[in-house]
Design a binder for this molecule. Structure first.
Ligand SMILES: [Zn+2]
Length: 129
């Protein structure tokens, strides 16, 4: 982060999209080592989900102490940007996705981050004509 001109002590939130260790795995480490005032946030359904997924412990990541819950429709202000939280259960019961406004050559666009969803059934292939 320092190479990019960012100060890790200025981290306000770590937004965890779901309760799998490859997503929450470094959050407590970063908070403890670099940004003790940052809040670790995830959907509270997945906070409970962490306690009932014993297979997640085999990867050796520290489960984070979650400071705040993420809810459907919640807006989180990060400087001059506001991120919208969307509850998108499927991958885990409490998975969330985020709509992040970005600017592309001066044009405002909305970028969806970590949209993970399980389709209800396989998508049919188009038939050859
Ligand atoms: Zn996952």
């Amino acid at each position: 982060m320092k190479k990019l001109g960012l100060n890790p002590k200025e981290i306000k939130y770590t937004l965890v999209t779901h309760g799998h260790s490859d997503h929450y795995g470094g959050s407590q480490f970063i908070k403890d080592k670099y940004s003790p005032d940052a809040k670790i946030a995830m959907n509270l359904v997945d906070k409970r989900f962490l306690s009932v997924m014993p297979h997640e412990t085999k990867f050796g990541f520290t489960r984070p102490k979650v400071d705040m819950g993420l809810e459907d429709g919640q807006l989180i202000k990060l400087g001059d940007t506001t991120v919208q939280i969307l509850l998108t259960p499927g991958h885990t019961p409490g998975s969330v996705s985020m709509i992040v406004p970005v600017t592309d050559n001066g044009t405002l666009r909305k970028n969806a981050e970590d949209v993970i969803a399980r389709l209800p059934k396989p998508v049919p292939r188009n038939k050859e004509r």
